[in-house]
Design a protein around this ligand. Structure first.
Ligand SMILES: C[S@@+](CC[C@H](N)C(=O)[O-])C[C@H]1O[C@@H](n2cnc3c(N)ncnc32)[C@H](O)[C@@H]1O
Length: 210
């Protein structure tokens, strides 16, 4: 599964160009602001990033306070770049090349999980099984999903390679997400919706365990 996943065929440069496209997308900037906000709100010590990509937001970690910061991605080249960018400033950073839709490995007991735009590409149930094996008794999980509001699943930014993930993209229903989270013992504790320049929006849901 890991090697055939289309995410392994997209250069990080292309993904980041796509996410930073100002007129149509500006998604990276919004996600960066959201990470900042939720880190400030919860001041976590043991953090898990699911689908960390190039590490957007890692600059907001307080290296004097955090104990462990674990990042996971299916694409090893993204992890290599993230390491280059951040390991000097954040000695607590550990990176793992795993498929969260196909792993029950336990790497951390996280009190904060950041999962932005990844559930669109992974089976919900399997992702929560992975989370269950990597979470503290008491924890917050922040999940951002995309709501298309009638626009295409993957925005038009002129970046060709990104189109290959369309085949595995599925819109995540907020209802299904809340139901699955509840089955795994998470309570919804907050939510917000942010509309992007292209009319799509990001829905961010905060869940609490313990
Ligand atoms: C749409 S990007 C989101 C990246 C980042 N969270 C952000 O908000 O910019 C999805 C990321 O998840 C990774 N990914 C996709 N499927 C995965 C899986 N099954 N297991 C681990 N990582 C996965 C991709 O390689 C990519 O870096």
């Amino acid at each position: 599964m890991k090697h055939t996943n289309p995410w392994n065929n997209i250069p990080l440069e292309d993904y980041e160009k796509h996410m930073q496209h100002e007129d149509d997308v500006a998604q990276a900037q919004l996600l960066n602001a959201l990470i900042y906000k939720y880190l400030k709100k919860y001041n976590p010590e043991n953090i898990l990033f699911l689908g960390i990509s190039g590490g957007n937001g890692l600059e907001h970690m307080d290296a004097d306070k955090v104990q462990r910061v674990c990042g996971i991605d299916i694409n090893q080249t993204y992890l290599d770049e993230t390491k280059k960018r951040y390991s000097n400033k954040l000695g607590q950073l550990e990176l793992f090349n795993l498929d969260i839709g196909n792993s029950t490995q336990s790497i951390i007991s996280a009190d904060f999980i950041w999962a932005a735009l990844i559930f669109e590409y992974v089976d919900l149930q399997k992702a929560f099984l992975f989370i269950e094996n990597n979470i503290n008794k008491s924890a917050n999980i922040i999940i951002t999903i995309q709501s298309n509001n009638g626009a295409g699943s993957v925005s038009q930014t002129g970046v060709e390679s990104i189109k290959s993930v369309k085949d595995i993209f599925k819109t995540v229903s907020r209802h299904a997400l809340e139901e699955t989270a509840s089955k795994f013992g998470f309570k919804l504790s907050g939510s917000e919706e942010n509309v992007l320049p292209n009319g799509k929006s990001f829905i961010t849901l905060e869940f609490l365990k313990g």
